[in-house]
Design a protein around this ligand. Structure first.
Ligand code: BEZ
Ligand code: FE
Length: 289
């Protein structure tokens, strides 16, 4: 027979209070709230001992597959929508929406000249990506930086595909004095999150979609501004309404427009039409946060 919530309440109260003497008040607050909501989950789900043991075995399997290269806990956070909820609650007011970082960012990405051609003869639909970095008043931010990465025409990132150079389709760029940036790249493709671990088994058991819509990853930064980790999604991409990590936000969906610009075609040795994507990234001043 299950116990009434009233009978369980003292356990929750005691467990929450056990953090009250922590020297770090924020840690005390977060831990007490975590206990409160985990206890409520146990009560509401009427969790059995076997189910809790399965949950612990699942977390143990996540730990076993996690190393420097692969973090199954990040993936779990992503597919449960927790990474996206953290994005939403930590989003400064007025800036471009943030979105998930994902596992394929490379801190050692190379600085390239503004206007770089990242395509190097590889397959893929040529896309001229350009725009500006501005503040919440629309004023250009000089000295801003773009860190860009995406998957190749086969849907894979370099870490998943030994045939690719580790720096393929990724770069850092310093924007010009008007916050302007541009580069030539290819159209990205939908791709599945890694499914060879316990999170993949959980998605299969739940009969969940494993695909992400096509996307570009971008980190935008500038001294004195809150850094932005975000993504751009081609309008109409498959899975745009069913992203398995819940990263799509309305303001991050962009049109891939056919472009005939002769000057750009000449500069990049392109045959028109190619695709054009234009986007303005808006950063919030740290002081305004
Ligand atoms: C990605 O965008 O590459 C990604 C994001 C979250 C989890 C797995 C992959
Ligand atoms: Fe990605």
């Amino acid at each position: 027979m299950s116990q009434s919530p009233r009978a369980l309440a003292p356990v929750t109260q005691d467990a929450m209070a056990s953090f009250a003497h922590c020297d770090n008040p924020r840690l005390a607050e977060v831990m007490a709230l975590l206990v409160k909501h985990l206890h409520a989950f146990v009560v509401q789900a009427q969790l059995s001992k076997e189910e809790w043991m399965q949950g612990l075995q699942f977390l143990t399997a996540c730990a076993a597959i996690t190393d420097e290269e692969r973090n199954e806990f990040s993936l779990l956070s992503d597919v449960l929508g927790i990474s996206s909820m953290v994005d939403v609650v930590s989003q400064p007011v007025g800036g471009t929406s943030s979105s998930v970082l994902g596992p394929f960012h490379n801190h050692d990405s190379q600085l390239q000249p503004n206007g770089v051609d990242l395509t190097h003869g590889q397959a893929g639909e040529r896309t001229w990506l350009h725009g500006r970095v501005v503040d919440v008043q629309g004023k250009p931010i000089a000295n801003s930086q773009i860190d860009f990465w995406q998957n190749a025409d086969n849907g894979l990132y370099p870490a998943q595909d030994p045939a690719q150079d580790p720096h393929n389709l990724r770069c850092k760029i310093h924007c010009d004095a008007d916050g302007g940036f541009e580069l030539l790249t290819i159209r990205p493709h939908p791709y599945t999150v890694p499914t060879d671990g316990p999170v993949g088994a959980m998605l299969a058991a739940a009969k969940r979609n494993i695909w992400r819509p096509a996307h570009y990853h971008v980190i935008v930064s500038a001294p004195g501004y809150v850094g932005l980790v975000t993504e751009l999604f081609p309008a109409g991409s498959a899975y745009i309404d069913n992203d398995t990590v819940f990263g799509v936000r309305e303001g991050l969906i962009v049109d891939f427009k056919p472009c005939q610009n002769a000057e750009v075609a000449k500069r990049y040795h392109l045959q028109a039409p190619f695709y054009e994507v234009q986007f303005e990234f808006c950063l919030v001043e740290q002081a305004l946060q």
